[in-house]
Design a protein around this ligand. Sequence first.
Ligand code: ATP
Ligand code: MG
Length: 151
Amino acid sequence: EQIRIEPFMTQTLKRMEDLYPEFAFRMKAEGIGKVVRINPLHLEQMLLIVIENAVKYSAEHKEIDIRCYEEQKRVCISIQDYGIGIPTAEIQHVFDRFYRVDRARSREIEGTGLGLAIAKNLISLYQGDIEITSIENKGTRVTLTFPAVSS
Ligand code: ATP
Ligand code: MG
């Protein structure tokens, strides 16, 4: 199924604003002419996992920036938060099932450590990729990329 990213993201963000009214979601979509071929429920599930993390691990800075753009024939969606971040040495592990960074830190924040493992499995069905860059106490950016299809 083909999805046009911009309207899909606008709709998803409306739902996020309803779910998390204390957060400000900002979206920038830069000339997204291409579409992606993906089951919309799968894309929605991946976005929910990543945005829920951005919300959970944001601490007091309650803004989330979402960018959609094309790069080298790939459609990219990045989700940036300004929260507690992930130590560099831990980033490689967060896609492992049940892995959670620093038990003490995540004790107050509930979770099973499955979200990103599921997102990674889903995205691999579509030749997609999920990448994380993060700075501790500054924030985290998660970027999803998919092969672009000409509409
Ligand atoms: P679940 O999603 O299953 O409810 P979870 O959020 O702990 O639980 P994942 O979504 O797989 O599990 O994330 C794994 C770990 O990566 C988290 O426990 C957290 O330590 C870290 N993490 C993920 N996203 C972020 C983020 N945006 N900022 C800071 N840490 C993050
Ligand atoms: Mg999670």
